[in-house]
Design a protein around this ligand. Structure first.
Ligand code: LLP
Length: 410
């Protein structure tokens, strides 16, 4: 949805420099159309099988983003009581909400049971016992899927590999069948599905296929023991294109590797986060100062690592473009923020037109794990968020104030 009209960069029908002037910078800007298109691509890809597309709201938990997706018919993948709260507020049907995470507290389990969510993705026998006990106390039954660690290498940043031996996630592949058999004796548990999530920003479809094939073997063995697996949840993880030359598989390619492994007669759950919201959101910032030091050029912007931590944390690449094309000569520069750490950068050694003080730049594809992972480090209030719909730009989260920084302090 980003395109130039003459020399100005637009998102849908709104000029980005107008957004900067109206709402200030740094600011996260989302395209309603892009979110909708991304979700529709999933819907279309899965429509011939009984499926729920559960948006992984950890990637972006802005209420307007969530509301839009719930209205489009998405379910939600949650990972904490707080996420469940946001999703219920945003109108997701509890019967389309799944709840994953290796450290669910008793309070969170109780909240999820009372909210009548579809099911828990369970990561250990101790967690299963906690859910069983709390369900008993509430005189209810808990639907669960075991999250299996299939020991497949998704070839992504080590911090976001989750389906490999040695990570903290899931029940080890070799112990999966045993776990299902053991769970039969827990009387407040309904064994309903099987879950895997092998990692994030995965650009090759093969690991998804390998994981599905391994999961199918478990399903067959479990069903031989008289346990019916109704739901197959393949998690999220589909990567997106962050830079030129990168190619990302699409929802249809993912569906086409998952469905044939299991066939008809089951229900499927997908948990995409990044591939729904990643390229639908961008971080707009202002160049405060330019400087040269130690043989390098720096553009210092008003957005920093507290606003977008991905470059610092994962060495992630986000394309950075000026929102106005000029004839200024090209320079190589680091685009950095105002935080007191050398790790505070949006991009290093980027070639772009020399920027004027006060010009605006766009850090692209920051919709996933951008605002959601932002913090107030250096006592910097959280940024505003804006949703664009055609020619309208609407504030969907106010910029926090200095007063907000002191909220809850005693
Ligand atoms: N399901 C589960 C159980 C997950 O843990 C995740 C992401 C997803 C689904 C969604 O994955 P996606 O489709 O967004 O790849 N902060 C990191 C990414 C962390 C992913 C955590 N789990 C980043 O900025 O790259």
């Amino acid at each position: 949805m980003l395109h130039f009209r003459k020399s100005d960069l637009y998102i849908e029908d709104v000029k980005l420099s107008d957004i900067a002037k109206k709402f200030g910078t740094g600011v996260y800007v989302y395209s309603k159309k892009q979110i909708t298109d991304n979700f529709e691509a999933y819907r279309k890809a899965v429509k011939s099988y009984d499926s729920i597309v559960c948006f992984a709201c950890k990637s972006n938990s802005n209420g307007s983003v969530l509301k839009l997706l719930s209205k489009l018919g998405a379910g939600a993948d949650t990972t904490s009581g707080g996420e469940l709260y946001r999703c219920l507020k945003a109108g997701f049907e509890p019967s389309k909400i799944v709840y994953a995470g290796i450290g669910k507290t008793a309070e969170e389990i109780e909240y999820a049971l009372k909210s009548k969510i579809l099911m828990f993705n369970v990561e250990s026998i101790e967690e299963l016992d906690a859910i069983n006990k709390i369900a008993g106390k509430l005189k209810t039954k808990a639907k669960i899927a075991f999250r299996i660690n299939p020991n497949v290498d998704p070839d992504t940043h080590s911090y976001i590999v989750t389906g490999k031996k040695g990570t903290k996630f899931g029940i080890p592949y070799e112990e999966a069948v045993e776990a299902y058999i053991a769970a039969k004796s827990r009387k407040n548990i309904i064994l309903s599905g099987i879950h895997t999530h092998i990692g994030s920003q995965i650009l090759d479809i093969t690991p998804f296929r390998l994981a599905a094939q391994k999961v199918k073997k478990i399903v067959d063995a479990v069903e031989k023991n008289g346990i019916r697996i109704e739901y197959i949840n393949s998690g999220g993880g589909l990567g997106i294109k962050y830079c030129e030359g990168e190619a990302a598989p699409c929802a249809k390619q993912l569906a086409d590797v998952i469905f044939p492994v299991f066939g008809k007669g089951r229900k499927f759950i997908f948990e995409p986060g990044r591939s729904i919201i990643g390229n639908a959101g961008h971080l707009l910032a202002k160049v405060l100062y330019r400087k040269s030091a130690g043989g390098k050029n720096f553009f210092i912007t008003d957005a920093g690592m507290n606003d977008l931590v991905r470059p610092t944390l994962y060495g992630a690449y986000h394309e950075i473009v000026p929102v106005k094309k000029t004839n200024a000569k090209k320079v190589k520069a680091d685009i950095v923020g105002p935080i007191c750490e050398s790790g505070d950068f949006m991009g290093k050694d980027r070639t772009l037109a020399m920027q004027e003080q006060g010009s605006y730049i766009l850090v692209k594809c920051a919709g996933a794990y951008g605002a959601a992972m932002s913090s107030q480090y250096n006592s910097r209030p959280l940024l505003a968020e804006v949703m664009v719909d055609g020619s309208k730009a609407v504030l969907v989260r106010k910029r926090a104030s200095y007063k907000d920084l002191l909220l809850n302090e005693i």
